[in-house]
Design a protein around this ligand. Structure first.
Ligand SMILES: O=C(O)CCC(=O)C(=O)O
Length: 375
């Protein structure tokens, strides 16, 4: 047996001491009666059609005990002191005890990376879609080829991966150069790396941009992995990095019909201190009133962040062709474009948004279905 095999978690069942423990690496985690009972899935415990619970785990006896335990391999029979007994699936318990493994880990990238691609004409194949969704969750971006160059097709692609998230720009938005438009993205100037809609309390999590025409000079698309950039900033200037994760910046968007405002740090961390993503748009952010020494550190960190985000070492550049569609995780992969000259040809993209939990859900569903067909 290879050494790797020992790294696989193992569920140890002790019928004498009536205990279950998940052994993972060097760690043993006990699965208590209260934890197990809450996961009852037997008939009369959950509704068959909705999978929703029919008993109330908020009322369980705090001193609930395991009273009987029989290890039958894939099935583990457990009796509880409240009188309930159930045959649990071993693999289900193991999966539920390690929820973080239910979606693939992110991998950061720099300029030597090529965005993963999928052919839209093949998306109906389960293995193709699973690979596309996996790539998207791992790298935060996906280039979808061969999407019909038709108005609104961006929403068809969005619906394949999730539910449309309507915003102040409507169900979808038009990106072409027009004077006096309500967003600088709808002019022909360059756009440095940014995240969209940071001024919303909950910014849309995934953006799709579909190219209908790209015949003007310039107008290349740029992507930068915020995780990569932040990992460097964190080491280069820890003091300023820390401030950027704590100081709440005001973001504002105003037009004839909107006064959208939010306050959030430029860099968001998860509960383990890892970078989750950014809220970043130099067009829209206002630093709060701070004492001058703190403000200087904040500006130092923000300048450093801006320089790294525009450093070619981190950026990938793509020339979208009509029928290409770029999908990216808004807070993680910052997007931009080079300036274009609208007098040399037409450039027209359409965009829309979905949220990240939909591709995550698609990933879980497709992996579950695949494992059912390969058993
Ligand atoms: O024109 C582009 O390629 C990007 C537009 C953009 O950044 C946006 O709509 O948020």
């Amino acid at each position: 047996m290879s050494e790797k095999a020992f790294e696989h978690p193992y569920l140890a069942v002790d019928e004498t001491t009536l205990t279950l423990s998940l052994i993972s690496g060097q760690q043993a985690t006990s699965l208590p009666a209260l934890w197990l009972r809450e996961r009852s899935v037997a008939r009369h415990q959950v509704d068959f059609h909705s999978n929703q619970r029919l008993f109330n785990p908020h009322e369980l006896d705090l001193d609930l005990q395991i009273t009987a335990l029989v290890d039958q391999g894939e099935t583990i029979s457990i009796g509880f002191s409240d009188g309930h007994s159930e045959d649990f699936s071993r693999s289900m318990l193991m999966e539920l005890a390690q929820p973080e493994q239910s979606i693939p880990s992110k991998k950061s990238w720099r300029s030597d990376f090529s965005a993963p691609e999928v052919d839209w004409l093949e998306i109906h194949k389960a293995d193709v879609k699973l690979k596309a969704v996996t790539d998207f969750l791992v790298y935060g971006c996906l280039l979808v080829k061969n999407v019909p160059s038709e108005s609104g097709a961006v929403m068809t692609v969005a619906s394949e991966f999730g539910s449309l998230r309507e915003t102040n720009f409507g169900r979808f938005f038009e990106v072409f150069s027009r004077a006096e438009s309500n967003d600088l993205a709808y002019r022909h100037g360059p756009l440095t790396p940014h995240t969209d809609n940071p001024y919303r309390l909950a910014a849309p999590e995934v953006q799709l941009l579909h190219c209908l025409a790209n015949d003007a000079e310039g107008g290349d698309s740029t992507l930068v992995d915020g995780l990569s950039v932040c990992s460097i900033l964190r080491v280069l200037d820890p003091e300023a990095f820390d401030l950027l994760t704590r100081v709440k910046v005001g973001f504002r968007y105003t037009d004839h019909e909107n006064r959208l405002c939010s306050e959030k740090p430029l860099i968001a961390l998860d509960d383990q201190g890892k970078v989750r993503g950014l809220a970043y748009s130099p067009r829209l952010d206002y630093c709060p009133l701070l004492p001058t020494p703190t403000l200087k550190i904040f500006h130092r960190g923000r300048q450093h962040l801006a320089r790294l985000l525009q450093d070619p070492a981190f950026e990938i550049r793509l020339r979208l062709q009509a029928s290409d569609l770029l999908m990216f995780e808004n807070a993680r992969v910052l997007h931009g474009r080079t300036e274009f000259d609208p007098t040399t040809g037409h450039r027209h993209l359409q965009g829309c948004y979905i949220d990240l939990d939909d591709p995550q859900s698609a990933y879980r569903l497709l992996t579950e279905r695949r494992s059912r067909t390969t058993i």
